[in-house]
Design a protein around this ligand. Structure first.
Ligand code: NDP
Length: 492
């Protein structure tokens, strides 16, 4: 395939060539062919983008604007995104191959548009408070304030979805932003900027630089005018980003990886559980942070459960993302494809029982891997402990409640957990004991603009979505007003 698109970077509502004149390639994972070139932004480009964001915050209209007016602009952003849902979806499909296509979330009623509209409505409802400071003649009140310029650093697995969640809360709070998407999937972020030009967003409020973690991400995080960092990505890179930000004592939000357990009780409705578990990992090719990839199944039903699981997973149609019959697209890039293949090979070498081998879906061109199921995988094995971020699940049997909780929580991660049971009391006891930021009972993978998501343990801190998601992009100011005209002399 020939290169069809060369992007420039976006700053001050205008497109710019990278100062160094360097570009890097973007591949279509369905074919392995280069289809676009993206600017490799370095220090001068980052300085320009941060300066535009700083000016929009301090001199420009954004932070001075009435919150209700910011809300009107956010609502328009939601509207123009849904008007161009198919266009955005087509670019993201070309860039990271994800199925189901993001376009569905960008249409009215979809997750991402809901997020724009939810925060549009919340903008002017964020109230401060009067604090009863228990001091005579003293009035104390607290307000919520934005940070200023915020860096948003994004992964490749769901670029537009992840971006919209961050962006809407961050803008609603009154901040301006510089975005650095993953160099593996940046094209849809630029396409979104082109669309945002129709939403009358003032220049400099949103800026995008593309490039690599070390040469674009790090100078952005360390730029003295960047006041806060919101990062979604792997735990290793997240720890590095947090350490860099700490050098200038910048607050960070960390949305990191996971290895989420799903507990299947003996009384579970097995059809419901199997369908929910399959839907909770395989359609996105496992390339989702909350994928429930560790299946902890009661010993009394594990054989029946596993048989149904394999049958259900076998039915999935792996194929080209633009084929409407496809249910699982390719891995998003070659590097990741090789990582997932290596994890499957390592699981096999470690002696785990391979019940379904997704490598049979591999093709000469493109990065295809089908559902893969390992059985009897011990809790402390590499396969149980490490995030594969691919269509790979493992099963393990348990006998009693204490054992299953110990296994579920035996992880450095704490992003999500699932429970499949018809016993409400048991399910709620488990929900109270699993160490994770999101728990699903008899469903998996749901999210909404109103409900906060985020991790415990090494899955991160800070929240996205809901009131908490907006609060994370704000800081408080406490104002003390003396009603007493006399200040006694402290040294009298
Ligand atoms: P990475 O952690 O490799 O990268 C994430 C982003 O950080 C990319 O833009 C990357 O740039 C950038 N980056 C990497 N190193 C640095 C650095 N030193 N300084 C500044 N920026 C840096 O994650 P992936 O893109 O591989 O995404 C997959 C991971 O994301 C998985 O672990 C997954 O669990 C997690 N994730 C978490 C979610 C959540 O909400 N908890 C949601 C989605 C994904 P570059 O591409 O150039 O390396």
């Amino acid at each position: 395939m020939r290169v069809t698109k060369v992007f420039q970077y976006f700053s001050g509502n205008a497109w710019h060539e990278p100062t160094g004149g360097e570009y890097f390639d973007s591949e279509n994972p369905a074919t392995g062919q280069v289809w676009a070139r993206l600017p490799d932004c370095r220090e001068a480009d980052i300085n320009r983008a941060v300066a535009a964001a700083k000016s929009a915050f301090y001199d420009g209209p954004w932070s001075h604007m009435l919150a209700a007016e910011r809300g009107r602009i956010l609502r328009r952003i939601g509207d123009v995104i849904s008007a161009h849902a198919d266009r955005l979806g087509a670019v993201e499909l070309m860039d990271n191959g994800r199925v189901p296509n993001i376009a569905s979330g960008l249409k009215p009623g979809g997750w991402q548009v809901d997020s724009c509209h939810y925060y549009a409505g919340l903008c002017d409802k964020f109230e401060g408070k009067i604090i009863p400071a228990e001091m005579p003649d003293m009035h104390n009140y607290m307000t919520w304030e934005p940070f200023g310029v915020v860096a948003l650093i994004l992964p490749w697995n769901s670029p537009i979805g992840t971006l919209i969640w961050k962006l809407t809360a961050c803008l609603a709070a009154g901040n301006t932003v510089v975005i650095k998407p993953s160099e593996q999937a940046s094209a849809s972020t630029f396409e979104l900027m082109d669309i945002l030009l129709e939403a009358d967003l003032p220049p400099g409020v949103v800026n995008v630089v593309t490039g690599f973690g070390q040469t674009t991400g790090e100078p952005l995080i360390c730029h003295p005018d960047v006041r806060m960092v919101s990062f979604t990505g792997g735990t290793t890179a997240g720890a590095k980003v947090a350490a860099l930000a700490a050098q200038q004592v910048k607050p960070v939000i960390m949305e990191l990886g996971g290895k989420s357990p799903q507990i299947v009780m003996p009384d579970a409705d097995l059809d419901l559980a199997v369908n929910g578990i399959v839907a909770g990992i395989f359609p996105a090719g496992g390339q989702s942070c909350i994928s429930g990839s560790r299946l902890l199944v009661h010993r009394s039903i594990i054989d029946a459960f596993t048989e149904r699981l394999v049958m259900a997973a076998k039915k999935a149609r792996v194929g080209a993302p633009d084929d409407p019959m496809t249910q699982i697209g390719p891995m998003a890039n070659q590097q990741h494809y090789n990582r997932v293949l290596a994890a499957i090979a390592a699981g096999e070498k470690a002696g785990h029982k391979l019940l379904l081998d997704g490598r049979t879906a591999c093709r000469e061109q493109g990065y295809y891997i089908g559902p893969t199921i390992f059985a009897d995988v011990p809790n402390d094995s590499e396969l149980s402990q490490n995030e594969v971020f691919g269509p790979v699940v493992s099963t393990e049997a348990w006998n009693d409640e204490e054992e299953v909780i110990q296994k579920a929580n035996n992880s450095i991660y704490g992003l999500a957990g699932g429970i499949w049971s018809q016993d409400v009391a048991f399910a709620m006891r488990m929900a109270n004991r699993i160490e994770a930021g999101t728990i699903y009972i008899n469903n998996y993978f749901n999210a909404s603009a109103q409900s906060p998501v985020g991790g415990w343990k090494q899955s991160g801190y800070g929240r996205e979505n809901g009131l908490e998601g907006m609060r994370c992009f704000m800081q408080t100011r406490s104002v003390w007003l003396s009603l007493n005209p006399n200040q006694p002399d402290p040294f009298a």
